[in-house]
Design a protein around this ligand. Structure first.
Ligand SMILES: [Zn+2]
Length: 399
């Protein structure tokens, strides 16, 4: 890392985003500003989920081991699970959401008309990483994924993947990340019918081709239960990160005995697509903090505009304006301290607040503010209604 760049732990402290404490190794204490970023991303994703036909579910954190034995995760994951005994029963903290999504799927008889069924879950997950490898937001024991499971008929795989690929690409563009796609094919040790694998790999490749995204092939790098598409991004420091995956799964539907009634009246197994776009939200935010070096775009910034007074005569007017902006969903704060304007500007600039609004006697009389950007650029005086319109538009456009 360039010596002028700061890592997310240092930035997190300077910008009051999150902290880590010995009493909970590998778990994040989100402060108000950090949690605002977390929720802003989650809310954006939620809006997209709604318009893309998802249902959002929320499932228990503590589950009996029996579920993971049934789903097949126990054999592969038990070393990484936190286990506990309650009233002589064996429980674990869930390391993934899939088995519980399957339980919700199986609460009803599903017909071919109902598919695809897309269940999204931001559930809290725990995985037991050794305390020695824990590090800031990048390696944690407790986290959330923007997780979803699509239950589809085999002939729906291709369309479903196409929509997902475009969704992923557009999502990353929002942050200025370029994405690269990789198709991972059947490993030597794989479960299931080879013909099914070949068809699924063909479906994934057709979807990649038709969306015209740039992709490579990772031979034999698929999961044991199905082929997958990994998506890598490049950040502002030219580092590659693998965040999103889209995985096909023929095994869990079998193990969890999932069914749908097809148009010939017969019960058949759906295919599951596991997909995550940000992956762990904790890690994703760590990457964003370093990518932007804390200077978040307006829509993500915890404080979007900081109002700075010259003296106490403007206090009342400024606080009313803060309330007005907050009521409109614009995150505004005021610096009313008995400090020089220069000191207030310096402080807001260090906090990387996108807009600074200076309020003196003249501004008060004209119902305006003097607007500046965090890089020092002076935008001159602006009337309050015009300011509101400008901020709302830029927030909406995700600038
Ligand atoms: Zn899953």
């Amino acid at each position: 890392m360039d010596k002028n760049l700061k890592d997310h732990r240092q930035l997190g402290q300077e910008l009051d985003l999150y902290s880590f404490h010995d009493v909970a190794p590998g778990a994040v204490f989100w402060h108000h500003n950090g949690y605002l970023i977390y929720r802003t991303i989650q809310e954006y994703l939620r809006k997209e989920l709604l318009s893309n036909g998802y249902q959002e579910i929320f499932t228990p954190v503590m589950v009996k081991n029996d579920l993971f034995k049934k789903s097949g995760h126990w054999d592969f994951y038990k070393e990484n699970m936190f286990k506990l005994e309650v009233e002589d029963q064996n429980y674990a903290l869930k390391p993934m959401n899939c088995p519980e999504a399957c339980l919700i799927y199986s609460t009803k008889v599903r017909s071919y008309h109902d598919l695809p069924i897309r269940l999204a879950d931001f559930g809290v997950l725990h995985r037991n990483e050794l305390s020695g490898v824990l590090g800031g937001l990048f390696r944690v024991r407790q986290f959330s994924i923007d997780d979803a499971h699509h239950f589809v008929k085999p002939d729906q795989i291709q369309d479903e993947i196409k929509t997902l690929l475009l969704f992923v690409e557009n999502f990353y563009k929002l942050f200025g990340f370029k994405s690269e796609f990789f198709l991972s094919t059947r490993p030597d040790k794989a479960m299931g019918d080879v013909k099914l694998w070949q068809e699924a790999e063909k479906d994934l490749e057709e979807a990649l081709k038709s969306t015209r995204v740039k992709y490579g092939i990772k031979e034999k790098d698929g999961a044991f239960y199905g082929p997958k598409i990994d998506i890598q991004i490049k950040d502002s420091q030219d580092r590659d990160w693998q965040l999103a995956t889209i995985q096909l799964d023929f095994q869990i539907p079998e193990k969890m005995q999932l069914e749908y009634i097809d148009n010939d009246g017969k019960a058949k197994r759906p295919v599951i697509i596991h997909r995550a776009i940000t992956g762990s939200l904790e890690r994703f935010i760590g990457i964003l903090v370093e990518h932007f070096q804390g200077a978040f775009p307006l829509w993500l910034a915890p404080v979007q505009i900081m109002l700075l007074t010259i003296n106490e005569e403007q206090e009342k007017y400024t606080l009313e304006l803060v309330k007005k902006l907050n009521d409109l969903g614009i995150r505004a704060e005021a610096d009313l301290r008995n400090e020089s304007l220069g000191a207030k500007i310096r402080n807001a600039t260090l906090q990387k607040v996108p807009f600074l609004g200076i309020i003196g006697k003249l501004e008060m009389e004209n119902e305006s503010i003097s607007l500046r950007l965090r890089d020092g650029k002076d935008l001159g005086k602006i009337k309050i209604p015009d300011l509101i319109e400008k901020l709302k538009q830029e927030i909406d456009k995700k600038i």
